[in-house]
Design a protein. Structure first.
Length: 446
């Protein structure tokens, strides 16, 4: 008999999307599902749609539990759902995303076959427009999940992971006291409250490199224009929640302070991931003020320093410092330099700092390029033409999309060229602009 899986979906004003979510639930290959729908005080038609789908889900053979409560935020909805969960495994899809038919079965089979594994992570597929094909796959590196400093790597956002693309053993939540310590007032996120104790513990996880979770970015306001008081909401409030969660860990006061400093750097990296290139300069003073308590004076980091070297590279250098990653020299360039993904957000943020270095591209490429496409300095951007690449050339891959990375690596191998991915680029350029940050450890790993 199949293992029982409890699927908890927090639902707040998702009338526009939740039918597609529940349709994808209905299409699961796995039959032994307990679907717990928590209507978190929705003011649209979410409640009515949920009850319409109760009959369909029940007919599919699932056990269905519907909970109605006053709005308590996603953590409050998840915590309430956990009170009712009876499955041996747990998962938490969002109410505006979709899951492939093998989402539950592929990960549940791994847990069934490996009693030593506590959680399984699948790849994320990003859908940027409704009713379109998947254009981006974000893959989680398996190595950080098993390394000694995986909590630090998680706090620093060094690997892409959300609660949504994980299947857990429910016993993990009990043994780590996740439900007991989960805060719900004021309405807060469940993410750090689950992931911090998970990665602090000795639980064992594995990665399934299949894009089983479809993250619908079009259904979210992923940008500061959609967020009121963005810095206060994302940096201050999220950091407060992170600190509170860290303070529940069974650690010394000194170790908790160290982890809180790591989290401060990580939360700024989190903010940078959604700040547009044009908005970044507005927050230099704010970043410096927030970092003042942990940056040694010997680093001599000023507003002018950040303008010259970029906030992205500063935070990456600090992140590498924390993780004990050494300085990385600029490579010796013998051929031409090609930039892949030149029109993307990462390239827009980083390319201005490549000027006057040996890594400044000779050719800018992007799959979405047209005859009118250009970057910040007017340099033309054209579609990819791999036939131009010769032996010894250098390929810079700015996107973190696994599909693009695989393509660039394949081209480099076929053409005997050198390929550098996003992490390589960040390591090299942060070393160029902030060598002093690499010289002295200011927040060492335990």
């Amino acid at each position: 008999m199949q293992t029982r899986v409890s699927m908890i979906i927090a639902c707040y004003n998702k009338a526009q999307y939740i039918a597609k979510t529940l349709q994808s639930v209905c299409e699961q290959i796995w039959d032994h599902l307990e679907v717990i729908l928590v209507n978190d005080g929705s003011t649209d038609d979410t409640r009515m749609i949920i009850y319409d789908w109760e009959r369909i889900l029940t007919k599919r053979g699932y056990s269905v539990i519907i909970i109605n409560q006053d709005n308590a935020g996603v953590a409050g909805a998840i915590k309430k759902g956990l009170e009712y969960a009876s499955g041996e495994y747990l998962c938490f899809p969002d109410a505006d995303d979709e899951i492939t038919p093998e989402y539950v079965s592929s990960m549940a089979e791994i847990l069934d076959d490996n009693s030593s594994i506590d959680f399984v992570v699948c790849d994320l597929a990003l859908r940027q427009e409704a009713n379109t094909q998947i254009s981006t796959v974000i893959s989680t590196n398996e190595e950080p999940l098993s390394c000694k400093n995986r909590l630090e790597q998680s706090l620093l956002h060094r690997f892409t992971l959300t609660v949504c693309n994980i299947l857990f053993r429910s016993s993990v939540f009990d043994s780590l006291g996740i439900t007991r310590y989960m805060e719900v007032i004021p309405p807060v996120s469940q993410e750090p409250q689950i992931l911090i104790p998970l990665f602090h513990s000795r639980t064992k996880g594995t990665v399934l490199h299949r894009p089983l979770y479809i993250y619908n970015t079009y259904a979210r306001g992923l940008g500061l224009s959609h967020i009121k008081k963005p810095i206060e909401m994302i940096l201050n409030k999220y950091h407060e929640l992170t600190v509170s969660t860290i303070n529940h860990l069974n650690e010394t006061a000194i170790e908790k302070e160290r982890l809180n400093n790591v989290a401060l750097v990580g939360n700024m990296i989190h903010v940078l991931q959604i700040i547009s290139h044009n908005d970044r300069a507005k927050y230099y003073d704010y970043f410096l003020g927030a970092l003042h308590s942990i940056i040694p004076l010997s680093y001599n980091i000023t507003n002018d320093t950040i303008k010259k070297g970029g906030i992205d590279f500063l935070l990456h250098a600090m992140s590498n410092n924390i993780l004990g990653i050494s300085i990385r020299e600029l490579p010796i360039i013998s051929g031409r330099v090609y930039a892949f993904g030149s029109l993307g957000q990462y390239a827009q943020n980083l390319l201005p700092y490549f000027k006057n270095t040996s890594l400044w591209p000779d050719v800018f490429w992007d799959k979405a390029a047209t005859k009118q496409s250009s970057i910040f300095d007017g340099s033309c951007v054209s579609p990819v033409n791999a036939g131009q690449i010769e032996k010894g050339d250098t390929l810079l891959c700015f996107p973190q999309n696994k599909l693009v990375l695989d393509e660039v690596n394949k081209i480099a191998q076929e053409r005997n060229a050198y390929a550098y991915n996003h992490d390589d680029i960040m390591d090299i350029m942060s070393s160029v602009y902030y060598p002093q940050v690499y010289e002295n450890r200011f927040v060492s790993t335990s």
